[in-house]
Design a protein around this ligand. Structure first.
Ligand SMILES: NC(=O)c1ccc[n+]([C@@H]2O[C@H](COP(=O)([O-])OP(=O)(O)OC[C@H]3O[C@@H](n4cnc5c(N)ncnc54)[C@H](O)[C@@H]3O)[C@@H](O)[C@H]2O)c1
Length: 261
């Protein structure tokens, strides 16, 4: 899937300081889009700027911000929308996973999981609509396999990510009259800092045994789907959540076929 169609597009990516969001920002920028990166972590944003060295500063903006703060989000999206005159693509990518079982979950933990993973995409989406309405566009929500194939200690995260599946369907219908498509994807295990604990604790083998395709996802795998969903090839697709997990969700017996090979 080529990225030629993104030249001149105005793209907003949340959580773009590291991991998948950073990779998406680099890909869209190299494809000729104007990218705006929003992230809580100003240090990692500085690193992205240093590493990428964007030569065309008018196509690259970075904002250190908390996307779960509605006031900050409206001000920044307005700044981007007024500067470029429109917004074509919003990737609601920022997310955070802190583990806790319900019995010991603090108010702060519960609020953080819901604010960042569920409320922030609502704030960002609401704010971009005025700038996307005239020419249409694409909104992408980032869910997780934990939304529909949940795990202990990640209930609040999974519930928030499941909420995004519902919001994707509702927004698809609400925004269709403006030619705005809304889709979502649900990754399994993607090799980013968020999943570093798997590697630090040497749990790679046990995790891989849950994945029929026997490898972790890479940001590149996710970008292939993301760029398809935002392209004209997907012009009749809206309201969908697509699993991208190497088959992790498919069966209760992911390893049997490997053992027989
Ligand atoms: N990595 C995986 O295996 C995996 C699996 C399923 C879903 N996801 C989802 O994919 C998305 C990207 O995750 P990743 O793997 O790149 O994770 P990551 O932790 O590497 O990157 C997430 C980024 O979001 C930023 N962020 C967190 N809270 C923020 C806030 N309040 N405001 C602004 N920025 C904030 C972080 O600073 C970080 O740069 C997330 O929504 C995550 O939930 C990841």
């Amino acid at each position: 899937m080529g990225t030629e169609g993104f030249k001149g597009k105005i793209v907003v990516i949340t959580g773009a300081g590291q991991g998948q969001g950073r990779y998406f920002a680099e890909q869209f920028y190299h494809a000729g889009a104007a990218v705006s990166l929003l992230d809580l972590n100003s240090k990692s944003l500085d690193e992205v700027v240093k590493d990428m060295g964007p030569t065309d500063s008018d196509r690259f903006k970075a904002y250190a911000t908390d996307v779960s703060d509605s006031t900050q989000v409206s001000a920044i999206i307005e700044d981007i929308g007024k500067h470029f005159g429109k917004i074509d693509i919003l990737i609601n990518n920022a997310g955070i996973l802190h583990k806790s079982m319900i019995e010991t979950s603090t108010d702060d933990h519960i609020e953080l999981m819901i604010r960042v993973n569920l409320m922030a995409p609502m704030y960002c989406t609401r704010s971009v609509i005025p700038f996307m309405k005239r020419e249409g566009g694409n909104i992408i929500n980032v869910s997780s396999i934990l939304a529909t194939f949940p795990n202990t200690s990640s209930g609040a995260y999974g519930a928030a990510k499941n909420g995004l599946v519902t919001l994707t369907r509702v927004w698809a219908a609400e925004l269709a009259p403006y030619d705005i498509r809304v889709n979502c994807y649900a990754p399994g295990v993607v090799n980013t800092p968020m999943m570093s604990e798997i590697f630090v604790q040497h749990r790679e083998e046990s995790k891989l045994s849950q994945i029929p395709l026997r490898r972790f996802g890479e940001s590149e795998d996710i970008f292939k789907l993301l760029s398809f969903l935002c392209s004209e090839q997907a012009e009749y697709i809206t309201g969908q959540t697509i699993g991208i997990d190497g088959g992790m969700w498919a069966t209760q017996t992911p390893t049997i076929a490997w053992n027989k090979k």
